[in-house]
Design a protein around this ligand. Sequence first.
Ligand code: ZN
Ligand code: ZN
Length: 234
Amino acid sequence: MTLDAVLPPQCLACNASVDRPGNLCAGCFTKFTFITPPHCDCCGVPLETPVIEDVLCGACLSDRPAFDQARAVFLYTADSRHLILKLKHGDRTDAAVSLARWMQRAGVALIADCDVIVPVPLHRWRLLSRMYNQSALLANALGNECGKPVIPDAVTRVKATPVQGGLDRAARRKNVARAFAVKNPSVIQDRRVLLIDDVLTTGATTSACAATLLGAGAASVSVLVLARVPLTNA
Ligand SMILES: [Zn+2]
Ligand SMILES: [Zn+2]
């Protein structure tokens, strides 16, 4: 008998009882803002006005990220942040499987078009202090769900980057420049890479990671995350 059969299923966010494992309870469901069109064709940020097709947000128009496309499941809010922190701190590592299924739905096209799945790496000291690399947890769970190969250590951090909070877009981009390395380029050579992270903020970190992969020979890089921060000027 598995644990699932013994324990009543719990809401991913608040641990209330739910019908099926991996669900949110009705109260939490209303607090999450799942991302639906219209959104920026590149970075996936929700746009307020309906668009025809292939429209870019202002940020992508002025400074196109290195990745082709990014998609997210829901907006980064107080409630989704709480859920992601549980994953980071190892309280609900079981949630990674359920969250990966949500990512699979949000990123159907990106997953179909990728050859390999690669998590955005944490720096070693953060890995130690947080215990769990939530990006790797999500990438592994997604790989199990969709059957695409996962290369957990394809990209590594080469220097500690200070916590990104409080920096503007330009400062963040400068901060993460040359922060990543691909030690063994043959594993991503001519491959279409799907980068996995928990949260997309301005996209500067993710774009730097994508640029590193492209520089090492990846054919293309797209991005799939759980949550993204809404842009105030979108
Ligand atoms: Zn709940
Ligand atoms: Zn955009």
